[in-house]
Design a protein around this ligand. Structure first.
Ligand SMILES: [Zn+2]
Length: 283
């Protein structure tokens, strides 16, 4: 099951008790439904959504019935639905939004009917598809509730989307998909942790590269000093340092310093190696 269908299944299971909120939910669900000559046809791939549509119609003067077809379910709602919901109006009519909670129900219905959301580990995209002539109305009502949807036009279809992960989390929570909202938050956190780990690894790799470059320069300097015979003119401590370095070309300063008896400090070793490279004219 896709992440979207899973979210919709959760949303369909929410029980609205107040009649105003139930009508607001049905309004959201039917807003993008098709108008037939004798009523409205709600099409969904989800059996739960079809059943919800029928149950929400029960207290209205309209009658509803679901017919399964190849890839989903068609629910027919008789024309009396027009008496209780402003489904004909070209503009978004907010009459069915009565109480505060009706807002949540309305957007939940809309999402059940035409919404989709990518699984959080795949990216951040939530869309309300084919919102038609009421696109502006829906966008501005969403904005009133704190969600800044953008419009995208694909062929003849107008749709609305949000891409900001926090806004998606908030929207999912707003319509009642608390678990999906948490999934988003968690996916984002693990992504951030992964990025941090990558950053640290890159930083360490860069440091190792730097150390290897420095070691290569030291070895080149020592080779030059040996070839010119100048190595014998160096103070004893620098000769010893050169010898230890040549014998352990791969070691970090931290490891190398312990080979001295007594061990010397890292900065002391660094200082000696710098003197060696300076003597060879390689810095
Ligand atoms: Zn209400």
């Amino acid at each position: 099951m896709s992440f979207s269908s899973d979210v919709k299944k959760q949303l369909c299971a929410i029980k609205e008790r107040k009649e105003c909120c139930r009508m607001a939910l049905l309004y959201g669900m039917l807003l993008t439904a098709k108008h037939e000559h004798d009523g409205v046809k709600f099409i969904s791939s989800s059996e739960e959504a079809a059943a919800l549509c029928v149950s929400l119609t029960e207290k209205s003067p309209a009658r509803a019935a679901t017919v399964p077809y190849a890839t989903g379910f068609e629910t027919y709602i008789s024309e009396e639905i027009y008496l209780v919901l402003p489904l004909i109006s070209e503009k978004l009519d907010l009459t069915p939004i009565v109480c505060e909670r009706c807002r949540n129900s309305f957007f939940r219905g809309l999402f059940i009917a035409c919404g989709s959301v990518t699984a959080p580990e795949k990216g951040y995209h939530l869309e309300l598809a084919a919102t038609g002539a009421r696109t502006e109305g829906i966008a501005s009502f969403a904005a009133e509730n704190g969600f800044n949807f953008r419009e995208v036009v694909r062929g003849a279809e107008r749709s609305l989307y949000i891409k900001d992960s926090e806004e998606i989390e908030d929207f999912l929570a707003f319509i009642g998909a608390a678990k999906a909202s948490l999934d988003f938050m968690n996916a984002k956190i693990s992504k951030e942790v992964r990025n941090d780990i990558n950053r640290i690894t890159n930083f360490e790799t860069a440091n190792i590269d730097k150390a290897a470059t420095a070691a290569a320069a030291q070895l080149e300097a020592i080779r030059a000093l040996v070839n010119s015979g100048e190595i014998d003119t160096l103070p004893q401590e620098l000769r010893e340092t050169a010898k230890v370095r040549v014998e352990n070309p791969e070691m970090s300063l931290g490891e190398l310093r312990k080979l001295f008896d007594p061990p010397i400090s890292k900065s002391g070793l660094h200082h000696r190696l710098r003197k060696v490279t300076e003597r060879a004219g390689i810095v």
